[in-house]
Design a protein around this ligand. Structure first.
Ligand SMILES: [Zn+2]
Length: 124
């Protein structure tokens, strides 16, 4: 009687474990051929306040970031308007968190800007 109860209790978790393990193996195999995007992990898109153009540069902890050519803090994080297909200077993070409306496009095109988009060609 006791043995039968134990077997019943064991069946469910054991079957679940088997399914989970199978899923892990399957998904693990599926991800393996994908090459890691090492190039973009340390970089982000900035908006240069001097040239008014989007540029790609290394991620920094403090903003605005120092432009490597001029030595001046002119690089601010950029955000992308999918409707204008343009990068604009991004509002500071603390303002974005308090007021999501600031992510509206500055050109009043009605679209909401995102933090991702097609990367600019210019890399600093
Ligand atoms: Zn726009």
């Amino acid at each position: 009687m006791l043995t039968a109860t134990n077997t019943q209790w064991c069946d469910f978790p054991c079957g679940l474990m088997l399914i989970l393990t199978t899923l892990l193996v399957v998904s693990g195999c599926g991800e393996a051929p994908t090459p890691p995007a090492a190039d973009q992990t340390n970089q982000m898109v900035y908006y240069d306040r001097v040239t008014r153009k989007p540029v790609v540069y290394n991620i920094t902890r403090e903003f605005p970031a120092i432009h490597p050519a001029t030595g001046k803090p002119t690089l601010v994080p950029a955000c992308y308007c999918p409707k204008c297909q343009k990068w604009y200077p991004s509002p500071p993070l603390e303002i974005r968190e308090r007021n999501p409306e600031v992510m509206q496009c500055p050109k009043k095109c009605g679209a909401k800007m995102t933090l991702t988009g097609p990367w600019p060609d210019e890399v600093l």
